[in-house]
Design a protein. Structure first.
Length: 358
């Protein structure tokens, strides 16, 4: 997969300057309210996004931020594009704060995951996130919006822009799409209020710290925070079966991932000491079929594995295919330092009511 992208980026380099210019012009028009206008809401809006294509840990960061907001007494809602979901209404309510209303194939895997992980928090999707946010405020009485994957969605004004980078890829080849992984030119980072580098560990710390210094030098005054992934548990396809992390590490598994950066999952399993007998990659947001699961089970048995091991994102889409062969999922949380918590606390109102501009 990575080799294919390298070839595609090589041929796409000729178009990168043109695409970069279009993205700069688009941002300028939004900034000056010429033809394109950003709409401001009556409540605080936090955007969690990235500059690069692919996974940078936005979903774990959304979970982290939402839990922090709940601890501080806010009533937040999550608004997402719902990429990969089949629901096509202008606004789709994935969860209303009391129950989940849409399955993963309709909601999109990330919105469904967030709805499951954050009971009591409304989750809405739609191409026009302004409309989804307005419905969250009017229908569910929330007083703060967290916009998932929102850095390029300039139609909705935000009070806090967090831009994430994955420690394994950082800026990739540093070129703008279609010649590289960047969605916009580097100058777009001027819009951000803070940067977060996720997936930091002892193996990549030196490279990450170099990148951190580069960001601080290029965008002075904008803090750069580091976050690490912490495996916290195991989901089991047999709901009555309890399996701890320690027990799962003793089981030979056949692992697979349909995420933007499957190598990050493979690396996590290696670092955590799992016994991985085989590994298969699928494209991001892959829609699994019974044939896929049968092929995975056959591959697992062929190499002596006793269970399949998936990411959380894949696991939620596999439930219709649970059978006798065990399927496990590694649950991962993002751990941030006290410096990030203090930064967020300073940016937020002391009391939920103070976040209203009305």
């Amino acid at each position: 997969m990575r080799q294919l992208l390298t070839v595609l980026f090589l041929f796409g380099r000729i178009f990168s300057p043109g695409y970069s210019l279009i993205m700069k012009l688009r941002a300028f028009l939004y900034r000056k309210n010429i033809f394109l206008k950003s709409q401001q809401l009556s409540v605080t809006v936090i955007s969690i996004g990235n500059l690069t294509l692919g996974g940078t840990g936005k979903t774990p960061m959304v979970r982290y931020v939402i839990r922090m907001l709940l601890d501080r007494g806010f009533r937040p809602a999550i608004v997402s594009r719902g990429y990969g979901g089949k629901a096509s209404a202008e606004v789709n309510i994935v969860a209303d704060g009391t129950r989940i209303l849409l399955p993963p194939d309709m909601a999109g895997d990330e919105p469904f995951m967030l709805a499951e992980a954050l009971p009591g928090v409304p989750v809405l999707t739609g191409p026009k996130r302004v409309r989804a946010a307005e419905q969250a405020i009017g229908k569910f009485g929330v007083n703060l919006i967290v916009m998932d994957d929102g850095f390029q969605h300039l139609a909705l004004s935000r009070d806090l822009d967090l831009v994430l980078f994955g420690a394994g890829t950082l800026l990739g080849n540093g070129r703008v799409f279609p010649g590289g992984e960047l969605r916009e030119p580097l100058s777009a980072l001027e819009r951000a209020h803070a940067f977060v580098i996720t997936g930091v560990d002892s193996g990549n710390l030196a490279k990450v710290e170099d990148f951190q210094r580069s960001l601080q030098g290029a965008f002075s005054g904008k803090p750069v925070f580091l976050g690490e992934y912490l495996p916290v548990g195991i989901w089991h396809s047999r709901q009555s079966k309890v399996c701890t992390l320690a027990e799962a590490k003793k089981i030979p598994v056949f692992a697979f991932a349909g995420i933007a950066n499957p190598d990050s999952f493979r690396q996590t399993l290696r670092q955590q000491g799992f016994s991985v007998a085989g590994f298969r990659e699928f494209k991001d947001h892959h829609g699994y079929t019974p044939q896929d699961v049968m092929a995975l089970v056959a591959a697992a048995r062929a190499c002596g594995a006793q269970a399949l091991l998936a990411t959380e994102k894949d696991f939620v889409k596999l439930r219709p295919f649970f059978g006798e062969f065990p399927i496990l999922a590694l649950t991962i949380e993002l751990r941030m330092g006290q410096d990030f918590y203090l930064f967020m606390a300073e940016r937020l109102c002391e009391h939920p009511g103070n976040c209203s501009r009305g």
